[in-house]
Ligand binder design. Structure first.
Ligand code: 2AM
Length: 175
């Protein structure tokens, strides 16, 4: 019988931007800030679904395929540290309306299909470091990366041999 998978909807980043962020991160943050997330794994989660059965996955994919939302430009110009989960993140000072609408829609569809959604407000971010539990020196404001977002993706999170890997299962275009 096929098994449940740990799933989430997210924005992937172009490979070039992933590489740029990895090299910026190395000079913008101190060594030992935390465990850096691999460049190919950098992403912005829109809706976290947790463990999803194959039937529910199919239903959520059908709904995702009906979404007609506009493309938008994302400006990555903010950074922060959440000490409790040990996350250092890159985010945006002004989330574009298209980003919020897309995340709201995916989160609402997930909730209606029994995927518990946190009550905490959506804080769009790209996790740069994990296990960052000690105080972190953040880079001064002034940095800004931009990317044109043209699609969103369903990812599976797989844990094996001590590592988490994200596998892109399917992407849908924004219009
Ligand atoms: P994080 O980077 O802030 O930890 C895969 O684990 C993705 O889903 C990550 O982007 C992670 O966010 C997010 N995620 C994991 N657990 C979550 C939860 N309970 N609520 C919201 N997002 C979660």
């Amino acid at each position: 019988m096929p098994e449940s998978q740990r799933l989430f909807f997210a924005l992937s980043l172009p490979a070039r931007l992933q590489r740029q962020l990895v090299s910026w991160r190395a000079q913008a943050f101190e060594e030992h800030t935390g465990r850096p997330v691999a460049g190919a794994s950098l992403h912005m989660t829109l809706a976290f679904l947790a463990d999803v059965s194959p039937e529910k996955q199919q239903a959520l994919m059908t709904l995702a395929g009906r979404i007609r939302q506009p493309r938008f430009t994302l400006r990555l110009d903010d950074a922060g540290h959440w000490p409790r989960p040990g996350v250092v993140w890159l985010g945006t000072r002004q989330p574009p309306r298209g980003l919020i609408q897309l995340a709201d829609l995916l989160r609402a569809q997930a909730a209606r299909n029994g995927c518990h959604q946190s009550n905490a407000p959506f804080h769009p971010h790209i996790t740069l470091y994990r296990q960052a539990t000690r105080p972190v020196a953040l880079p001064p404001p002034g940095f800004c990366w931009t990317t044109d977002v043209q699609e969103f993706t369903l990812f599976a999170s797989e844990f094996s041999r001590g590592r988490t890997r994200y596998q892109a299962l399917h992407s849908w275009p924004l219009v």
